[in-house]
Structures are given as structure tokens and as C-alpha cells.
Design a protein around this ligand. Sequence first.
Ligand code: BES
Ligand code: MN
Ligand code: ZN
Length: 510
Amino acid sequence: MKIKIVTKFCKPEMESTEVLMLGLFEDTKKIPVELTACNKATGELISHLLNNRDFRGKLNETMLIPTYHKISPKRILLVGLGKSESFTLDKIRQAYGTASRVIQSKQLCSFSIFPGTYSDVSMEDTVRSIVEGVLLSLYNFTIYKNLKKEEKSDVQSFSLLIADKTILGKVKTTAKSAQTIAEAVCFTRDIVNMSGSDATPTFLANKAREIAKKSDIKCTILSKPDLKRIGMGGILSVSRGSLEEPKFIILEYKTSKKGSDTVAIIGKGVTFDSGGICLKPGKDMDLMKGDMSGGAAILGTFMAISHLKPSVNIVGLIPCTENMLNDAALKPGDIIKCLSGKTVEVINTDAEGRLILADALSYAKKYKPDAVIDIATLTGSCVVALGTFASGMFGNNDVLKERIRKASETCYERVWELPIWEEYHELIKSCIADIKNVGGRFAGSITAACFLQKFVEDFPWVHLDIAGTFYAEKDTPYIRRGATGVGVRLLIQLLQNWKTLSDAGEKNKK
Ligand code: BES
Ligand code: MN
Ligand code: ZN
């Protein structure tokens, strides 16, 4: 997608374009000054529509109007922003996402947006949200489809009309970085949506190598002999039942800024979770090709990092394996030894994510991290607890949690904290090993987090359970049915603002 930033006229009525997109509030009484010329030239079209309540400006309401050569744009596409008093940046994403889909469904190939100016919102924030909304909403997963020409999306470019010349440079940088981030999200969505039989551990490892090759990121792949040598009993046990080779992906980004923190980000990379010997029921098992969504989010994050170059050192760890069942498979009742040396009684082979994450958490220690964040489609019970609008957050450090909360509010990939109190730890005690891998019927997402905490050494740590957020059952304004790419925007928002967010965290702690 080509994004052009235009300042020449700053008069939207003079822009030659297929469609001019305009956002309007629900309670618009007076046409905004920037649009008065546009309104006049069209015979007060916009004010008529508003006065007659043919267009109300309700959030995500759209109306496409031909202009019959009265002004340069061939059409106007009005989009509602909802009530001005409840305005948020996410409503911009939604409204422009919805409007972009209208453009796509009409098979128009280009359009122009004249962003409004909103009190308390910088033009940069507005532009960032518009670009995200447009690019994320136009995503379509077509890798496996034989499409006829007329079924293909033709949107190739759009222009942003910026009135204030002095902010041009800033707006360009903002649009570029928003595009980088949106494309990283779409990359993550693609690999999550792919067949489990195609997006194997080896495939993910190759993707990691590709990302690293194009930049100064270092990539190391540990294969089965390496895992054996190092003693990664968690990932090796889970992979026993599968013909696919497990891979442990390591990505390392170093900032040129001296004395910067090191953050380790870990993603669950189960490329298909059948449940193993504790086989899952058939219904919805297809979704388990997405059980590598955490790992895919790490790959997407690194793809963006390679362009954005944040001022913090970042280590990415992705344990990748299938969870399958054959004669060699891990059995319920088996006792395994993880990298840390701790032994685990495997009560349920379907609680495999925590076994591979345990090894990754232990491995993270070698980088002396200032923070470790893991992201995983870990438990069905997190979906029961929080539904699909928030990821579960667990952690041992208030400053880190506050940083993540702040970042999540900005990008609107929301998180909600759940407790990991001592009482919950009691539930995963084992009589014959150091710990067992399930904690019974209650509080499943919490006992899973408690399990992970047993492998956390003395570093600040947060676990994000994305079981409810990795997948969307239906289209929403800027997320299409299927993989959401959750985690990418959150991690980038966090890492790009690592220092600033730390001050916020420190302040709230006191
Ligand atoms: N990958 C699943 C969790 C999951 C379920 C993710 C639904 C997304 C949607 C995980 O490996 C799993 O199977 N967890 C079990 C744990 C149980 C056996 C203790 C679960 O949540 O049922
Ligand atoms: Mn499972
Ligand atoms: Zn799983």
C-alpha cells in the first residue's frame, strides 16, 4: 500500500481523488470550517444530510455520495465518529477501518482522507490511528484462495491531506511507522491463519531467519540435538508424539544506545495442539493451528523492530513444537525434567504450553534480562473468565505491569490482571514430583500462570494469556474474522516507549 502525504492545497474540495473520506461527529451542528468550501460547492450537501438526519454520524455509520463534478473528488464518503464527548483514538481506527472496507467492497483503487482536528489529540496520534485503521481493516487472508480478478482487492494507495505544512515531516514519520506496525500485524495474522501442516516449527524457524537476514538482528535456531544437549526436557517431551522436529528460535536485537535495558519476549509456538494423548474433542480443534499465536506475535514484533529500532535491547525466544500423539508420545503420569532441573508430573498432556514455556523462561535468565514477558494461548479458562475483549495479565512486578497496562490502553489491545496468590500455588503441588502441570477444575488460567512463575528467576516478569484474543469469530471494524495478530501492537508500543512508560510505572507505584 502506498501512502501519500499531501499538503499542496489543504483544500479537500480541490483534491482529485476517487473518494474523499470525511469523519463527522454524531452531534455535528455546524460544518467544520475546513469543510465549508466543500459543503458550499456541493450545494450544501453535507449540511442537508445532517439536518435531515439522513446521516447521523453514529460510530461506523457510512454514506457514499457522488459529487457529479461539482468538486474535484468524484465521491464523498462520510463516516460517523460517534458522540464527540466519548471520542477516543480507537474510534478513529474503527471509523476509518469501516470506511476503508466500503472502498474495498466498491473495488475503488485509491482514496483520500482529510483528517479532522480534535481537541486534546495531536495530529500525529490522529494520523497513526487512521493509518492503523485503514491498513488493518483491509487485511484479507487469500493465500489459499483461487481468486477471480474481480474478487481481488484493488485498493493500492491513499492520500492524507494535511493542512499544516509545519508538521509534514512528523506526519510522514508517524505514517511510516504506523504502516510498519500494521504490516507486521498482518504478517502475524497470515502465519497464524495458515494450515498447521504448513506453518510448522521448521517453517517458523525459517521465517525468523528471513526477518533477521534483512536486518542486523541475530537469529539462532536450536534443533533437537541442541535441545537434548542443553536439557530442554519440556519442549522435548511435548514434541515426542510428533514427526515434526521441534525448534527453539532465538532472536537478538541490540540498540546502539549504551546502558539500555534488556527485555526478553517469549511466545508459545505450538504449531498444532491436538491435546496429545489427552486428545481434545473435534469441535473447534481446527483453531488449534493458532496455538503458535504468541510465537507469531514475537516474529511480527521483530519484523517491526528491525525497521523501528527502539532504544532497548530485545531478546525473542520461541519454543516451537507440535502437540500430537503417536506411540512415542508423552503420557499422562509421566514425570519429566525441565531445563531448570525441576521435575514435573504430567497429569494432562493437553497442558503442554506451560511445559515448553518453562524451558524458555529458564533459558531467558542467561541474558540477565531487566524484564521478561511471555505471551501465549495458554488456557481455555482465560476465555471463560475474560471473553474475547481482554488478554489475561499476570506478573510479579508492579512497575512492569503498569508499563504494559499503559501501552495496552494506547494501542487498545486491552489486558486485565488476574491474581497469582500463594493459595493458588498450593493447587499445583505434586506428591511425587516438584510440581504438577494442572491444578484441577478451578482457576485454570491462574494455576497455569502459577506454574510458569515456578520457573521465573529473579527478574520482573509478566505473562499474557491470549487464548481469548488471538482469534476473532466475526469481522469487526479493523479486525477480520480469523487471526487477530494480537500482541504485536502491544509489544511494539511497550518497547518503543520503554523508558517513558517506566516513569509512569514508577509514579503509580508510590
Ligand atoms: N492451547 C490450549 C488453550 C486454548 C484453548 C487456547 C482454547 C485457545 C483457545 C492449551 O494448550 C490447553 O489445551 N489448555 C488446557 C489446559 C487444561 C488441560 C489444564 C485448557 O485450557 O483446557
Ligand atoms: Mn493444550
Ligand atoms: Zn496449547
